[in-house]
Design a protein around this ligand. Structure first.
Ligand SMILES: Cc1cc2nc3c(=O)[nH]c(=O)nc-3n(C[C@H](O)[C@H](O)[C@H](O)COP(=O)(O)O)c2cc1C
Length: 218
């Protein structure tokens, strides 16, 4: 069994999204001790920014017109799709950055869609596959808050993972990760602590949900 874990945080230390992903991974490894976890630290070992335009352009060119750069970008996209297809489950840990997702995660998504096995008209690349999406936000975006509707990451990712790629998705969310960092949010300390512990509990439950009886018996 293989878990593909993608971390989009641009930092290693003190990362709230990695904490949630660690809880999910812990449950996966408890069910499948010693199993393979394939990792991509998308926010740190970043994919080349020009890979997607090259891979997308290559799709419109006859084979003999493709340059070495086009072929390298297509090979990278193919590797990313191979990782997705050969994983039994996926785990994505994603911070909200500037009200959306980072360019690094977007590059991963765009490169996958550039591959013929995952592009328009292909079978959904995650059809029925269990996926956990752990999203963290520095602020709060719920109904009634001043920034209700400003999170343009979570719904976008649901569209891609579920509606485009067919995943069986579980979402874990934690808000107010900047409480304790930004003094303007000090009044929310108790609420943030509750949200933190609730999110870690939800991440453990989501990790257990990745483990499917049929897969566990295999
Ligand atoms: C460059 C940058 C932009 C950010 N933009 C937002 C934002 O738009 N909304 C928000 O709620 N938090 C924002 N944050 C806060 C992060 O979402 C928060 O710190 C989160 O915990 C980061 O994930 P990590 O802890 O896994 O590194 C931003 C943080 C950084 C560094």
């Amino acid at each position: 069994m293989t878990l593909l874990r993608l971390d989009a945080s641009i930092r290693m230390d003190g990362s709230a999204s990695r904490e949630l992903a660690d809880a999910v991974e812990h449950e996966w490894l408890a069910a499948y001790p010693g199993d393979t976890v394939v990792r991509r630290n998308l926010g740190i070992d970043v994919l080349p920014a020009d890979a997607w335009p090259l891979a997308a352009a290559a799709g419109f060119l006859p084979d003999k017109a493709r340059t070495r750069e086009h072929r390298a970008a297509q090979a990278l996209a193919a590797t990313l799709v191979d990782e997705v297809l050969s994983a039994d489950a996926l785990l994505l840990a994603v911070p909200l950055y500037n009200f959306g997702i980072s360019q690094h995660l977007k590059a991963w998504i765009d490169l996958i869609i550039s591959d013929p096995r995952a592009g328009a008209g292909s079978a959904p690349v995650l059809a029925g596959k269990p996926v956990v999406l752990a999203v963290v936000r520095g602020g709060a975006y719920g109904p009634g808050t001043p920034r209700d509707g400003w999170d343009h990451a979570t719904d976008y990712l649901k569209r891609i993972l579920v509606d485009v790629w067919g995943a069986d998705l579980t979402v874990v969310e934690r808000e107010f990760t900047l409480v304790g960092v930004n003094p303007a949010l000090d009044a929310f300390a108790d609420l943030a602590a509750d949200l933190h512990s609730g999110a870690v509990r939800a991440a453990h439950a989501a990790g257990r949900s990745l483990v499917r009886p049929a897969a566990a018996a295999a």
